[in-house]
Design a protein around this ligand. Structure first.
Ligand code: SF4
Length: 905
């Protein structure tokens, strides 16, 4: 395939290269590259990233990623030049200098696909390209001439999507026992083991059968806490008895994870259970919160003009994807994670149902809706793969399909998941959303959002009582904040009781909070509030109660209308009423939680809760003011609402005991301590020989706060390792500083450095790029400490900049006080270090070094690391020698010999 005769531009931290029409690539200065790109559209790969490298954020051009998303929607590709080469089946370039030429070659191959008869994603492309051409999409002239016009008009996207089928309610699961030897046999089948099974894995499969036995006592599930060291193979260990139970009983097992990475891994195990893809799709279903899925009604709006400019192009590409997507999951599913970030703020989030705008059965796409389809498929499935938050919400709302047999994997995160699920926030942003849902668009707002009155106009004209309740609800909702609330609050000219309360909250925070860098939020405890705040809270409370009453009355009237339906209530109108009842139920629940929260202000403190006030800020600008409430111990509602009502629960993790071997901690953090029953325990050590494949080095001579020294240490360690380094930070600002000081230097040595919070790429894609290239390194914060699964050569060094102490927030202070002071902090740090160390050795044959750049690392916390791992306190030079020696063991890696001086950074 001949390269496309269009200029191409490639820019990294190592330099800038331009390939002209039919010319070899050559290096260019930043100024020349910007001038040429502004003059003629160049082929580029990831415009925001290239723009950032050039210091020219407005850069636009012919982005290969957009072309790939159009031609191969719902297909995975690593968004780098080598990654795209592999995706289209050509050899990756041998050097950065060859990359610009490779961009032209990739474009040539991709465009040639359009003319091939075997192109699988042809349907819909012609129509979509016509719309994209009208929007001025750069690729449209090159694409449209190559796509043959279909003989007959193409079917609309929405009619091409499959409809879900309504099914009868599933009977309750039969009472069955899962035999321990059957679980072993199933495990043998799933692992394909011809000889002896691995002892720890087999023991766990047998032990986990207890979770599926009939429950002995009300509110007391069969509960097993299982700490299974990394490499045990715990996934197949619990899937063995789980799959046997669901087959024999006809029930569903919910497997819940905290990270999307594990959800994807679990989904990938599906073929072991069901080889036939259709059967697999029926029996294993991934379910997420509704905000993860594409809302077809929002997409239709966007395609019909609600989006303009670049956002409209994104909507077209998402429309292409929707037709080929497995499940419509727009956040962590088969929509490439890099696609939304190409469109900067022109958000894909507006295409989801984030604001609870769903009209349910009143929606014209209801029978094709991805969310509804996933919910129904989940009811019929043997195994539902979900996340902790969704499992908790479904259980807490006591839905008919509340999970009864649950496996919580990544169980060390149950505490955090319960903390946010059972917490309450009452802030300006939430309150304005509530107002908009009830009142509808006001002032200049556009879009399809309609208030309750517009949705229920026909019911109101028929039912007097309903009409009165509706009118009263709309009146009362006007007490909630409206557009411009934050500005009015800041200026001290609030409108209505809730804005007045938020003004008092803001004032109290500024009076009491410790001064912070403007990049961070501000907060203060909700204790001993001023009289003015108490009075404002009482007025706001009256306002919320005045809203609650008519909403409850309206719900009752709507239910009555459905029960005693008038003649004119056709299926469409019925569906709309049904949708309104669902929406009302959710709002009333939120309103009750706010009322409870405000009702406490000025009263005596409830020791079960921690309440505080906060101003959210980003880059120095305020964007919300709120009152927060969290359970001091969120595992209490977890135990009463989720664990207690379940029949069987398995909680598992490699670090369930937080790195210090304490079962008491495991029970306290999982809610087991609040159950009135015996909780079984299981443990199996990791099969890895950590003593010979890993070591921990505590560097003693990098002074705290010395940024040049910290940056130099990172650079030298990454060079010694030849890349493959995960650098973990506890503060975003330090991460940014280190990255800015060392990225160019490392790139020139052929060692790319990526960074969360710096590169305009989502964290999932950053990890994909990191995994794909053993010479790339990645800097990040908490999310990377917990969710990175990169086995093999790509991750061989973890560098932690300092001891990961918890941030001193109001919530932390309260938990610290009730949890044993410094012992509580120690447990948090041990758990974090155990998690971070867990990134290093993922499978047999992995080797790695864990470096802590802080001499202040307390010895008492070193029990976080697996027994037997050598731990040394050494100066930086010695640490570098260790890392270089470990790197030479690997045939793939040749560490750099470039010596970099500390002063360089
Ligand atoms: S049913 Fe709701 S979520 Fe689904 S497409 Fe319609 S409005 Fe969107």
């Amino acid at each position: 395939m001949s390269p496309l005769p269009l200029p191409a531009l490639h820019a990294t931290h190592a330099g800038i290269w331009i390939a002209g029409r039919g010319e070899d690539a050559r290096e260019a200065s930043r100024g020349e590259a910007i001038a040429r790109a502004a003059e003629t559209p160049h082929i580029i790969l990831n415009a925001p990233l290239v723009g950032q490298r050039l210091g020219y954020p407005e850069l636009s051009g012919l982005d290969l990623l957009e072309l790939f998303a159009f031609i191969h929607p719902a297909r995975f590709a690593v968004p780098t030049v080598p990654g795209m080469c592999r995706a289209v089946g050509i050899a990756p370039p041998e050097s950065e200098a060859d990359a610009a030429g490779a961009l032209q070659a990739i474009a040539g191959v991709l465009l040639a696909v359009l003319e091939q008869s075997e192109w699988q994603e042809r349907e819909g492309a012609w129509t979509s390209c016509q719309s994209l051409a009208r929007m001025g999409w750069g690729w449209a002239p090159l694409v449209s001439g190559r796509i043959e016009r279909p003989e007959r008009g193409e079917r609309m996207l929405f009619s091409r999507l499959k409809q879900w089928e309504e099914a009868a309610d599933r009977p309750p699961p039969r009472t069955v026992l899962v035999d321990r030897s059957a679980a072993r046999d199933r495990l043998r089948k799933l692992t394909g083991a011809r000889s002896e099974l691995r002892a720890g894995q087999a023991a766990m499969a047998e032990e986990a059968t207890s979770v599926f036995a009939p429950r002995r006592q009300k509110d007391a599930p069969n509960m097993l806490l299982a700490e299974a060291g990394t490499g045990i193979g715990k996934t197949l260990a619990y899937l063995s008895p789980a799959s046997l139970w669901s087959e024999a009983s006809g029930g569903t097992v919910w497997v819940s994870t905290f990270t999307k990475a594990l959800q994807r891994q679990l989904d990938a195990e599906g073929p072991r259970l069901f080889a036939d893809p259709q059967e697999r799709a029926r029996r294993i279903v991934v379910r997420k919160g509704r905000e993860n899925y594409l809302c077809l009604l929002n997409l239709e709006d966007a395609l019909q003009g609600a989006f303009s400019g670049r956002a409209a192009i994104l909507a077209q590409l998402v429309g292409r994807w929707a037709a080929y997507s497995k499940d419509g999951d727009i956040v962590g599913g088969d929509l490439p994670g890099w696609l939304p970030s190409l469109f900067r703020r022109a958000g894909a989030t507006a295409l989801t149902d984030r604001r609870g705008e769903c009209v349910y059965a009143g929606c014209p796409h209801y029978r094709r809706c991805f969310i509804e389809r996933a919910e129904r498929a989940g009811r019929e499935a043997d195994i539902v793969i979900a996340n902790h938050a969704l499992v908790m919400i479904n259980a807490a709302r006591a839905r008919e399909d509340a999970p009864q047999r649950i496996v919580f994997d990544e169980g060390h995160h149950l505490f955090d998941a319960a903390d946010s699920t059972f917490g309450v926030t009452f802030g300006g942003q939430d309150a304005i959303e509530m107002r908009r849902w009830i009142v509808g668009p006001e002032g200049k707002s556009r879009g399809r959002r309609r208030g309750l009155a517009a949705r229920l106009m026909d019911v109101a004209s028929f039912d007097d009582e309903g009409a009165k309740a509706l009118e009263a609800a709309i009146d009362a909702a006007r007490a909630l904040p409206s557009d411009g609330w934050l500005q009015r609050t800041i200026e001290g000219s609030p409108f209505g009781p809730v804005e007045a309360l938020l003004g008092e909250v803001r004032g109290m925070i500024y009076a009491r909070a410790k001064a912070q860098d403007a990049g961070y939020g501000l907060e203060t405890e909700l204790a001993e509030p001023d009289g003015a705040l108490v009075a404002a809270a009482a007025k706001a409370l009256e306002g919320l109660e005045a809203l609650q009453k008519p909403l409850a009355a309206l719900s009752r009237r709507l239910e009555a209308v459905l029960e005693d339906a008038p003649d004119w209530l056709d299926s469409q109108a019925r569906a709309r009423v049904d949708g309104a009842i669902n929406g009302l139920a959710w709002r009333r629940e939120v309103l009750s939680a706010w009322i409870a929260l405000l009702g406490r202000i000025g009263g005596s403190a409830d020791p079960e809760f921690v309440d505080w006030l906060a101003i959210e800020r980003a880059e120095g600008r305020e964007y919300d003011v709120a009152i927060h409430r969290r359970w001091l111990d969120p595992t209490k509602p977890l135990a009463s609402a989720v664990l207690g009502p379940a029949q069987g629960v398995l909680v598992t993790s490699a670090t369930l005991r937080g790195g210090d071997g304490s079962w008491a901690r495991a029970e306290a953090r999982t809610g087991a301590a609040h159950l009135d029953c015996t909780v079984d325990r299981f443990e199996a050590d990791s099969p890895f020989d950590y003593a010979s494949c890993s070591e921990v080095l505590i560097v003693t001579d990098v002074k705290p706060g010395d940024m040049p020294a910290l940056s130099g240490a990172y650079a030298r360690l990454i060079e010694a390792a030849g890349g493959g380094t995960l650098g973990l930070f506890t503060a975003i600002q330090r991460l940014k500083t280190v990255h800015s000081r060392i990225a160019d230097h490392l790139a020139r040595a052929g060692l790319p450095l990526l960074a969360q919070h710096v590169d305009p790429i989502d964290p999932g894609t950053l990890v994909d790029i990191f995994r794909d290239d053993p010479r790339t390194s990645l800097l990040g914060t908490d999310a990377l400490r917990d969710g990175v699964d990169v086995p093999g050569e790509s991750l061989r060094l973890v560098v932690v900049e300092r001891v990961p102490w918890p941030r001193p927030t109001v919530l932390h202070a309260a938990r610290r006080m009730s949890g044993g002071g410094s012992a509580y902090d120690g447990a948090v740090v041990r758990a974090r270090l155990a998690q971070a160390f867990g990134r290093l050795i993922r499978r047999e044959g992995d080797r790695g070094t864990f470096v802590i750049l802080s001499a202040a690392m307390p010895s008492r916390l070193l029990s976080a690391f697996p027994a037997g791992v050598p731990i040394r306190r050494v100066p930086l030079d010695e640490a570098i020698a260790h890392v270089a020696a470990a790197a030479t063991v690997s045939p793939l890696i040749q560490p750099e010999t470039v010596e970099c001086e500390r002063s360089t950074f």
